[in-house]
Design a protein around this ligand. Structure first.
Ligand SMILES: Cc1cc2nc3c(=O)[nH]c(=O)nc-3n(C[C@H](O)[C@H](O)[C@H](O)COP(=O)(O)OP(=O)(O)OC[C@H]3O[C@@H](n4cnc5c(N)ncnc54)[C@H](O)[C@@H]3O)c2cc1C
Length: 488
């Protein structure tokens, strides 16, 4: 669906435009009223905030904490009953807090993403919920470190941090519309078991991954459908060390990292290879179900996670296509576990311990922003005069790496939603060039974007101004003060 089709769902009411979840019957002309139900108008209770963050996932959590710590009265609206989003539902290795120093002899190792994202990892370390930042022994041309997380602790820790920061968490609540006043968003409409409500604020951040808020607010977007969707399965009752031995015996180790596992240091925590040639049909069957062979583990006897990819014929905003895909991938995940049981020594009694709660996407809507980061910006390691953090990882390394194992700067203008005065966006929903997106969509980059948008939104709310009216020096100082790292 494009913006024009989506906009047909809009209702124009009074001075404001309310856009929302009214579903126009598929395949009907607009003149055919017999298949439409006209929803009666409702009076919605209003809640007032300085900043509203839509989506409490990878970037949204950090955005809300950042905004609240700057003193903004902040609400986080999240569709599920927990926070963390895809970082807790897709893979478990967070790419990447560091530059790719190991692939470039002589280059200094540096932690380039700090601030709130780094604080989350520090808190996870305390509860045994991460491997820590482990240097890779093999495959370090891809990422020089592996930072794997216990996804359940990630949910708990981020909810605690949001609570401590004073964020109002509206969980199990869906953003279903936007209330516009000219080029400004006045509020968002939400739906939960407590009914429909309006959340008013001075500034908004779309962290929904899908770009739901931006689309409701009439922002420009496309739906490139340029990535496979993917769910992941956690496999219990397996032996990571014997899986490692199995790959090793077939000379199939592409990546290897050792670190903290079940409280013990120097354990195998990341192992695998995308293109292994394992005997007995393992590889062939893995290919048929789109299975990725890279896995991590934070706990003994548990593989977190095996991923099953599926390319959809249309964008993952299409409900009916997604419903079918949910079943296909579920079948494929069961087949993946059967493969481990059948072929890998030590996995004979494996079982599906956990699956992604719903289809995970790598891209839904692509929201148009004031600036679109290019692939050259990324690999040339360009910096801008409005950088809000720096980043040093590319998902296609080693074939595409950031120049000299360095970083590129993330410009503020790439987070400003075009045509709307008070809407920022962070996460996988920006960056049109697929090869640039293969850098900007990664978890740690999304978290860095979250800290930038949350901080900027809070500054806007204090000054009661638009997102383009704050002074960059104020934003830079606020980010630096809260631990964000910049390359000088
Ligand atoms: C299977 C898979 C594996 C991956 N593996 C890795 C990896 O190993 N390492 C890595 O660095 N990156 C990985 N990625 C990429 C990375 O995880 C994502 O790009 C990133 O987490 C996206 O963050 P986000 O904040 O944009 O979205 P999300 O983290 O998905 O957050 C969006 C949140 O918004 C909520 N939401 C959506 N719509 C609404 C609405 N209308 N109202 C309220 N709430 C809403 C969702 O419930 C969700 O919590 C993987 C991606 C996938 C799909």
């Amino acid at each position: 669906m494009n913006r024009r089709e989506f906009s047909k769902r809009s209702l124009i009411l009074g001075a404001g435009i309310i856009t929302g979840s009214q579903k126009i019957g598929m395949g009907n002309t607009e003149s055919d009223n017999s298949n439409y139900y006209e929803e009666p108008l409702k009076k919605l209770p209003i809640r007032n905030f300085d900043v509203v963050v839509a989506g409490g996932g990878t970037s949204g959590v950090v955005a809300a904490i950042a905004a609240a710590r700057q003193g903004a009265k902040t609400a986080l609206i999240e569709a599920k009953g927990y926070t963390g989003g895809t970082v807790t539902e897709g893979g478990t290795a967070l790419h990447s807090f560091y530059n790719l120093w190991k692939a470039f002899p002589g280059v200094t190792k540096r932690q380039v993403v700090r601030g709130i994202p780094a604080e989350i990892i520090d808190r996870l370390v305390k509860v045994g919920g991460t491997t820590g930042h482990c240097e890779m022994e093999r495959g370090y041309e891809y990422d020089s470190v592996c930072t794997a997380i216990d996804t359940e602790f990630y949910k708990l820790i981020t909810m605690e941090m949001l609570d401590e920061a004073g964020v109002f968490m509206a969980l199990n609540t869906l953003v279903v519309g936007a209330i516009k006043d000219g080029a400004r968003i006045k509020g968002v409409i939400t739906e939960s078991r407590s009914g429909r409500e309006a959340f008013y604020a001075k500034c908004f951040i779309d962290c929904t991954g899908y770009g739901d808020l931006a689309a409701h607010a009439g922002a420009e977007y496309t739906e490139p459908n340029d990535h496979a969707v993917c769910n992941s399965v956690g496999i219990g009752n397996v032996c990571m060390d014997r899986y490692y031995d199995y790959l090793k015996s077939h000379n199939a180790i592409g990546q290897l990292g050792r670190g903290m596992r079940s409280g013990k240091p120097n354990q195998v925590i990341r192992v695998g290879n995308e293109s292994v040639r394992l005997p007995d049909g393992f590889s062939e069957e893995a290919g048929k179900i789109g299975m990725s062979m890279i896995t991590t583990s934070v706990h003994d006897n548990y593989l977190m996670f095996i991923k099953c990819n599926l390319k959809l014929p249309v964008s993952p905003t299409d409900r009916d296509t997604v419903s079918k895909a949910e079943l296909t991938i579920r079948k494929n995940m069961a087949r993946a576990v059967e493969l481990f049981k059948k072929y890998v020594p030590g996995c004979e009694n494996a079982f599906m311990a956990r699956t992604s709660p719903r289809l995970c996407i790598r891209r839904g809507r692509l929201i148009t922003c004031d600036y679109d980061i290019t692939h050259e910006d990324v690999i040339e390691g360009r910096h801008f005069n409005d950088d809000v953090f720096v980043y040093g990882f590319h998902d296609m390394a080693p074939s595409l790496q950031i120049k000299d194992g360095g970083t590129y700067g993330f410009p503020y203008k790439a987070l400003c939603v075009k045509g709307i005065d008070n809407l920022l966006a962070s996460g996988m929903l920006i960056t049109s060039a697929r090869r640039a997106h293969l850098s900007t969509r990664n978890t740690v980059c999304c978290m860095g974007q979250g800290q930038a948008t949350g901080t900027a939104a809070a500054l806007c709310s204090v000054k009661n101004c638009g997102i383009r009216d704050i002074r960059y020096t104020d934003l830079y100082e606020a980010l630096k003060k809260s631990g964000v790292y910049f390359e000088s």
